[in-house]
Design a protein around this ligand. Structure first.
Ligand code: BG6
Length: 512
C-alpha cells in the first residue's frame, strides 16, 4: 500500500506481471524504431501503470543530446506515434526519469560512462535496479555493443540473485545461417541464453498469442489439427506500403530476410508445433524448434518451392506509385526481392503431406496478415459441388491484422423451398467483442522482458533452425542475380510465379 502511494506506476500492476525496479537502456536512442515504437511503448506502459515502481529510461546514442532535448524528442515521438495522446500527468512522471548518455558503440570509454551513469541512478535511489539493455541499432554495431557490455562489466550488473542484466536484441538477427551463428556465439560469450531476448514483434501481436489459446483451449480444433483433416495451410503477410525511405536497408535485406525468415516462420511454428508440456517459455520454444527442424529443405530447382518478384509501378489505394527499381536508394539493376512465396513440407507424423504456403510482399493489394487453415472436404455423396450446391472447403482463418479476429467458413442451406447451399463466414472480431485500442506488440514485449518472461522471444537455436531453411535459398538467389526474378504491379496480389507454385497442387491463393 505504502509503495503504491509512493509510486503511482504500481497501481495497475497485477502480482503476476510485476516487474522489479528497472533501468531500460536503449542503444540507438535517436533512431527511427525508438521514436516509432519503443518510446511510445514505454509511455503506454506508464499510462497503464504497468511500469515498475522504480523505473528509469536511459537513451544511448552517438549524437550528443542534452537530457532536456532528449525528453523533448521523446514527447514529440509520443505525440506522433503513440496509440494514446500525450497526457500531462503521465508524462510529468516519466520525463524526469528519462536521461541520455552520448557515446560511440565501439568506444569502451563510453560504456564506462554509461556504467557510472547507472551507478549514479542507483545511488540517488538508494537501491539496486535491474538493467535491461535494448539494442535497437543497425546490425553492424550489434557485436561491438555486446562486447563492450561484457568488457565494461555492464553485462554482469544484477539486482540481487534473481535479476541478471538482460538484453533485447532487435532484428535482423544475422543475414544468413553463418552470421546468425556468429552473433549467437558473441552473445553467449557475454550473456547466458536466459538473459537474451531476441525480438520478433509479430509474437507480441494479440492474434498471434491467441493462436495458442485457440489451438489448445478449444477441444473442437485440436482433434482436427493434423493431416487427416487439414489439406493445406496458407500464411499471408501482405503490406500495402513500399520501401519508402528505408531503401538503403531494404536493398541489403529483401523480403525473405525481412519478413519470411522471422515473422512468417514464427507463424508456421506456432500453427504447426506439437502441444507444449506447459506454458513455460522453454516448453513452447522446444516445440517450435522441433517443428522448424522438421521442415524439409526447399526444392530450389525450376518449378520448385519458391517464387520471388519485385513490384513494378501501379496503383495503391487509388494513387499511382513507382516501381521498386524507381524508389529512392534502390539500384536500377537491383536483384532484391520485394515479394517471396514458399511451399513448405513438414516431415513429421502430424503434417506429412500437408503443404504450408507462405507469401509476403510489399505494395500488395491491401495490408493483411492471416493464417488460413483449410480442411479436407467431406465425401461428396450427398452434397457434391455443382449447380445447386455451392460449397467450399471449411477454412479457419486467423486474421492477425488489421481487424484482428477469426473467421470460419462453413457451408449452409440457403433459405427456400429447395435445398441449395452457400458457404458463409462465422466471424469473431476483437474490435467488436473487446473494444479497440489494444496494446501494441512492443508494450507487451518490453514488459515481458522486464518481468523475465522469454515466451514471446526467439531462442538462439530457433533462429538458427529458421536460417537453416532460408540460407540455401538466399545463396541460390544471390548467385543468380536477376534470373528468375518476376515483377508484379503495385496494388496487385503478386506475381504469376506464385500462382503457378500453388496451382501445381490444384490450390489457389485466397483473397483475404
Ligand atoms: C518489420 C519489417 O519487421 O515488419 C518491415 O522490417 C515491415 O519491413 C514490418 O514493414 C511490418 O510490421 P507490421 O507490424 O506493420 O506488420
Amino acid at each position: 500500500m505504502a509503495d503504491t502511494a509512493r509510486h503511482p506506476f504500481l497501481q495497475g500492476l497485477s502480482k503476476h506481471r510485476g516487474a522489479p525496479p528497472t533501468v531500460v537502456v536503449i542503444f540507438g536512442a535517436s533512431g527511427d524504431l525508438t521514436a516509432r515504437k519503443l518510446i511510445p511503448a514505454v509511455y503506454n506502459l506508464a499510462y497503464d501503470n504497468l511500469l515498475p515502481a522504480d523505473f528509469f529510461l536511459v537513451g544511448f546514442g552517438r549524437k550528443a543530446i542534452p537530457d532536456e532535448e532528449f525528453r523533448g524528442l521523446a514527447a514529440e515521438a509520443i505525440k506522433e506515434f503513440s496509440r494514446r495522446e500525450l497526457k500531462a500527468d503521465v508524462w510529468d512522471r516519466l520525463a524526469p526519469l528519462t536521461t541520455y548518455v552520448a557515446g560511440g558503440y565501439d568506444e569502451p570509454a563510453a560504456f564506462t560512462r554509461l556504467a557510472a551513469h547507472l551507478d549514479a541512478i542507483e545511488k540517488q535511489l538508494g537501491r539496486e535496479v535491474q538493467t535491461l539493455f535494448y539494442i535497437s541499432t543497425p546490425p553492424t554495431v550489434f557485436a561491438p555493443i555486446i562486447r563492450n557490455l561484457g568488457s565494461s562489466g555492464l553485462a554482469a550488473r544484477h539486482l540481487g540473485q534473481l535479476h541478471q542484466a538482460k538484453v533485447i536484441i532487435e532484428k535482423p538477427f544475422g543475414r544468413d545461417l553463418i552470421s546468425a551463428r556468429a552473433l549467437n556465439v558473441t552473445l553467449r560469450s557475454v550473456f547466458e541464453e536466459t538473459q537474451v531476448y531476441r525480438i520478433d514483434h509479430y509474437l507480441g501481436k494479440e492474434t498471434v498469442q491467441d493462436l495458442l489459446v485457440q489451438r489448445f483451449a478449444n477441444s473442437i480444433f485440436e482433434p482436427l489439427w493434423n493431416r487427416n483433416f487439414i489439406s493445406s495451410v496458407q500464411i499471408t503477410v501482405a503490406e500495402e506500403v513500399g520501401v519508402g525511405s528505408r531503401g538503403g536497408y531494404y536493398e541489403q535485406s529483401g523480403c525473405l530476410r525481412d519478413m519470411i525468415q522471422n515473422h512468417a516462420m514464427q507463424l508456421v511454428a506456432l500453427t504447426a508445433m506439437e502441444p507444449p508440456v506447459s506454458l513455460e517459455a522453454e516448453a513452447i520454444r522446444d516445440e517450435k524448434v522441433k517443428l522448424l527442424r522438421a521442415i524439409q529443405p526447399l526444392n530450389l530447382g525450376p518449378a520448385g518451392d519458391v517464387s520471388r518478384a519485385q513490384y513494378a509501378a501501379g496503383m495503391v489505394a487509388g494513387k499511382p506509385v513507382p516501381g521498386y527499381l524507381e524508389e529512392e536508394g534502390i539500384s536500377p539493376t537491383s536483384a532484391t526481392e520485394t515479394y517471396a512465396a514458399l511451399r513448405l513440407s513438414i516431415n513429421n507424423w502430424r503434417w506429412q503431406g500437408v503443404p504450408f504456403y507462405l507469401r509476403s510482399g510489399k505494395r500488395l493489394a491491401r495490408r493483411v496478415s492471416e493464417i488460413a487453415v483449410t480442411f479436407r472436404r467431406p465425401p461428396g455423396t450427398l452434397f457434391a459441388e455443382g449447380d445447386k450446391f455451392d460449397l467450399s472447403a471449411n477454412t479457419l482463418a486467423f486474421q492477425i491484422q488489421p481487424d484482428e479476429g477469426m473467421h470460419l467458413v462453413v457451408n449452409t442451406k440457403i433459405p427456400g423451398l429447395e435445398t441449395r447451399t452457400q458457404p458463409v463466414k462465422m466471424s469473431f472480431r476483437y474490435r467488436t467483442t473487446f473494444g479497440s485500442n489494444t496494446a501494441e506488440a512492443y508494450e507487451r514485449l518490453v514488459l515481458d522482458a522486464m518481468v523475465g518472461d522469454g515466451t514471446l522471444f526467439i531462442r538462439g537455436d530457433e533462429t538458427e533452425a529458421s536460417w537453416q531453411l532460408c540460407s540455401p535459398l538466399l545463396g541460390v538467389w544471390e548467385g543468380s542475380g536477376r534470373e528468375g526474378m518476376q515483377s508484379y504491379a503495385a496494388g496487385s496480389w503478386g506475381p504469376t510465379g506464385a500462382d503457378s507454385l500453388i496451382a501445381r497442387d490444384q490450390c489457389a491463393w485466397r483473397q483475404p
